[in-house]
Design a protein around this ligand. Sequence first.
Ligand code: C5P
Length: 238
Amino acid sequence: MEPRTVITIDGPAGAGKSTVAKLLAATLGYLYLDSGALYRLVAWQSSRLGLDLADSPALDAFLAGLQPEMAADAQGFHLWVDGQEATPFLREPQVSQQSSRVAVLPPVRAWVTEKLRHWAQNGGVVAEGRDLGTVVFPRAECKFYLDAALETRAARRRREWQEDAATLSPEKVAQEIADRDRRDANRAEAPMRAAADALVIDTTDLNPQEVVNQCLAKIRELLPDTAGLKITREMKTG
Ligand code: C5P
């Protein structure tokens, strides 16, 4: 069997990572891994339990007991804890903010990294996040870093939230994203940044399929024998 690949997609909120990662994974027949969902899960579950994040032994015990089940398909990445699906709760704005607070904690990062490496052990993975090309999978065969103007990213987030967006001003959403960017880029542990060998794509003026096509062109160049690239249909742009 030919060796299977790990593809990483990093970048800030609203840069288009999830959309592109899902499309790429579906095109290549790879498993889609969303590392942000794991940070969100830690934020959501620790808040529900009223965990004191400054209490190291309690945090360690909490993480040791947190054993989510995972399933990924073309619709997305799903997580269950104790038989309950957590996915619908993980995109709430307060969970978003809290996720970037738990993400500065080294034991939380170690827990997420261990889960991702375990799920990716057979390769054939498209994994998205902030530090996947730099820390989690530094030897990934193909790395991308997506970025876009803050206003564009905020507008995408508002569209994604649909009914809730009416109650959130564009300024408030942009502020929420900028706060998270700052925490993610400035933390001591695994700060958000492009790996030296990542292809950086500015998605401000691109639609998702245009980004996917740029990624596929790079994957073909770096990995001409990748099984999933025996695709015949080029994705249409526009
Ligand atoms: O990607 P998403 O917006 O779901 O990520 C939520 C938060 O999880 C980010 O703001 C960031 O603080 C954290 N995160 C991280 N490292 C990753 C993925 C996400 O620190 N690889």
